[in-house]
Design a protein around this ligand. Structure first.
Ligand code: HEM
Ligand SMILES: [Ca+2]
Length: 738
């Protein structure tokens, strides 16, 4: 078995400047050669004319003040009025709304919709302008020229003037003010960044669709069936909870907004839709795993790529804070966090478990889950996808209980603290625990200890503060990470989940993953351990192997709906991921691989340095040219790095991203000393946290493996021990001296 070597040139260019006000690519219009302002102005007017939505072109000039020719008069137009209205709504983010079936990612808020609407106009102007400039044979790249133009402040949906207090001990819920120089970095409803130039067909907006040999790229469903079909090999080391903790973590940092219509509904994409927001995947007529004529697919909504609304490529919009700050537990806004609190003793709201005296998540009122009734309801959490599958709901339950346990202990230690103080301190501790588990236990297992160390991702093991905070690092999520690399978890999901009691015995027959997707019933079943035995099962079983294969339930039956006439609507998650990558203009596997310091492949044969020959032949069956391979299936096909789960290309993307999430987070738990930081004594206590101890603290269990992300095997030096042997956090370090 071939193990890829460590690659030297792993880190992406650190000098790239992502700061929004500093587009290193833009060319001042006045400095362009071969063109003068008047020509650009004329072209610009033409471009605007061609995206006219209503009224005359004049109305649109005031949207783009930088190019405003002198002497034109404007009337107020509907479109600007509409935009102003949306701007006023910015502070109120509407309650989360789960769009269960077909498309899962949208929790569209007025803010997100305004960004989509304005960006789409900006983008059409960009595209038309670029097309016109392209025809003129200038000695510059039209895309770079576009970055010198920007929409007027009034039109630009990002209102970035926020006042921050650098001494606030607790971070905001929407992520603003984490970065004091640029308070919007990492905030909810801001654009993704890119580590590398997008690969849109027209460099700006059109999905990546063409083969380097001409013609179309292969059909995503066909690729999925060739490369990613179900099999049931298990990992030798990693436990199943590693996957669901990964999904839980993903739901802290990334949720791509989907295109919506004016009323906030996701654009529906039946097969023959001509809507430019649709990119549905036609299914081959001989597809016997899922008989369907096409898979509905709505493009992600558009966002300007910079906060000052420069014209340029289509960017996507992240609905969550990119920071690891417990968004999925506490909600993406202050108002949502209030809906989740009980306002007594610092507690989060909960509902009673049917199997023990512990707490479950509070019930939700919406009806997006299947199999619900008066008693059996969806659960509510800080993030809209909490019901996506019940094992994920189990992760939410774990951290809800941990929050409430800590708030209760803090109230004993500091009887004078009121609800607000208890809630805020417990939240701060829980986020610290979460970050510690991510950086100390989970991430090194995913990317391997070598890569983790190389990227300075491993927490310090002595009593010191970390001093790597760098406000110039952009903590936003990158497209390469969110649309490809971090979806690696989809291959780790098994088709069945065992149920275990606290004594390490199976309580009942395994559940099929299909039966717990948007179906919370098992949490209400008193007979075999409810949601608790599901979480304990995850600790006791292996994850599925990292091998590009995706469980049948995710590839052929996801969100399945059987219609009266016998036909079926369902989603292929693997094909969706490939299509999403193209929607986002994510560069090919081969080009990203090269950026990660791996030799660019000139033939399929060359890929054998990172991909086993059997897998290379599958790729060669699916694609005509090695440069066509999409990032997602290419990365998933790689052999895992030494001591890690993922292959070298995804390890590279993931490590770069988590470096930015650590060094770009002013509230990273190891930072200090500062008024916002833990004391060194407190930090020391946080560092005792582990996934296993968190489970011990909140579930009826006595014995557990020390590293919960690995299987409980003595051959892995990870046999079960008493929970009491795992270090216990001493919360008396939070006692306030009066
Ligand atoms: C039963 C388990 C899971 C199901 C049913 C599921 C389903 C989905 C679906 C439907 C999407 C949206 C796809 C699209 O329209 O582009 C998605 C996105 C995603 N998934 Fe999963 N997933 C599961 C597990 C996981 C795991 C274990 C991980 C990581 C370890 C993960 C990471 C992600 C990421 C990063 C995204 C992109 C989210 C965004 O930025 O909007 N998922 N998943
Ligand atoms: Ca977050």
């Amino acid at each position: 078995k071939q193990i890829p070597k460590l690659f030297l040139n792993y880190e992406f260019n650190k000098d790239l400047d992502y700061s929004p006000n500093n587009s290193n690519k833009s060319i001042e219009i006045s400095k362009l050669t071969g063109i003068n302002n008047q020509i650009v102005n004329n072209l610009f007017e033409e471009a605007i004319n061609s995206v006219l939505i209503e009224g005359s072109s004049n109305r649109f000039w005031n949207l783009f003040s930088d190019l405003l020719p002198k002497g034109l008069n404007f009337q107020d137009s509907n479109i600007t009025r509409h935009t102003r209205q949306s701007n006023q709504n910015f502070i109120n983010v509407s309650p989360l709304k789960v769009q269960a079936l077909v498309q899962l990612t949208s929790q569209s808020s007025p803010e997100a919709r305004a960004i989509d609407a304005t960006s789409t106009i900006g983008l059409s102007v960009s595209a038309n302008l670029a097309k016109k400039l392209q025809g003129k044979n200038f000695d510059f790249n039209p895309v770079d020229a576009l970055a010198g133009l920007k929409a007027s402040n009034e039109f630009c949906p990002f209102k970035t003037n926020v006042n921050c207090n650098p001494n606030d001990r607790f971070q905001t819920f929407d992520g603003s003010c984490n970065n004091l120089q640029q308070p919007w970095l990492g905030k909810t409803n801001t654009p993704y960044k890119r580590y590398h130039e997008p690969a849109y067909d027209d460099k700006l907006n059109s999905p990546r669709s063409s083969s380097v040999l001409g013609g179309e790229l292969p059909n995503p469903r066909v690729i999925s069936r060739i490369i990613m079909s179900d099999n049931s090999e298990f990992d030798q080391v990693v436990s199943h909870i590693t996957a669901f903790f990964g999904q839980f973590l993903a739901h802290d940092i990334t949720s791509v907004a989907v295109s919506t219509d004016n009323s906030g509904r996701i654009v529906d994409c039946p097969c023959n839709s001509g809507n430019p927001s649709c990119m549905s995947v036609i299914f081959p007529s001989n597809d016997n795993a899922l008989r369907m004529s096409c898979m509905r697919f709505t493009r992600s909504s558009a966002a300007f790529s910079t906060f000052d609304c420069r014209l340029g490529h289509r960017e996507q919009l992240n609905l969550l804070t990119s920071f690891i700050d417990g968004t999925q537990i506490y909600g993406p806004s202050a108002s949502r966090s209030r809906e989740l609190r009980s306002f007594q003793g610092g507690q989060l709201r909960s509902s009673p478990s049917v199997v023990n005296n512990r707490q479950n998540l509070p019930q939700a009122q919406d009806g997006s889950c299947r199999g619900t009734n008066e008693q059996v309801k969806c659960f509510a959490g800080g993030e809209g996808r909490v019901n996506e599958n019940l094992a994920l709901t189990g992760m939410h339950t774990l951290f809800l209980r941990e929050h409430n346990r800590i708030a209760t202990e803090l109230s004993r230690i500091n009887p004078r603290w009121d609800d607000e103080r208890l809630f805020s301190e417990a939240r701060k501790i829980v986020v610290g625990i979460l970050q510690h588990i991510v950086y100390h236990e989970w991430l090194p297992l995913i990317v391997g200890w070598n890569t983790a160390a190389m990227f300075d991702l491993v927490p310090l093991n002595d009593q010191r503060y970390y001093n790597g905070y760098n406000p110039n690092i952009n903590p936003s999520l990158s497209g390469e990470f969110a649309s490809a690399a971090f979806r690696f978890g989809h291959t780790l999901i098994r088709s069945q989940i065992k149920k275990f009691d606290g004594n390490g015995r199976e309580t009942s027959a395994p559940l099929s993953i299909f039966d717990i997707i948007f179906r919370p019933a098992e949490a209400y079943n008193p007979n075999n351990g409810g949601i608790d035995s599901l979480v304990l099962g995850l600790l006791n079983e292996a994850a599925s192997k990292y091998d590009a294969n995706v469980a049948d339930a995710l590839q052929n039956r996801l969100f399945e709906v059987r219609l009266g006439d016998g036909s079926v609507i369902a989603v292929d998650l693997a094909a969706t991921n490939i299509n999403r990558g193209r929607d986002h203009g994510i560069p090919s596997y081969n080009s990203i691989r090269e950026k990660c310091g791996i030799k660019k492949a000139t033939s399929f044969q060359d890929l054998t340095d990172t991909i086993r020959p059997e897998k290379v032949s599958l790729l060669a069956n699916a694609y005509k040219h090695v440069d066509d391979i999409d990032l997602y299936p290419g990365g998933l096909s790689e052999t895992p790095v030494n001591g890690g789960v993922v292959g070298p290309t995804f390890a590279c993307i993931i490590a770069n991203q988590f470096r930015d999430l650590k060094k770009g987070d002013r509230f990273y738990y190891e930072n200090g000393p500062s008024p916002t930081a833990f004391s060194l004594d407190q930090l020391n206590e946080i560092k005792k946290a582990s996934i296993s101890k968190t489970v011990c603290n909140n579930f009826d269990i006595n014995m557990i493996q020390p590293n919960g992300f690995m299987q409980p095997l003595s051959s892995l030096n990870n046999g079960k021990i008493s929970c009491n042997w795992l270090p216990n956090m001493d919360l008396s370090k939070w006692r306030e001296q009066l």
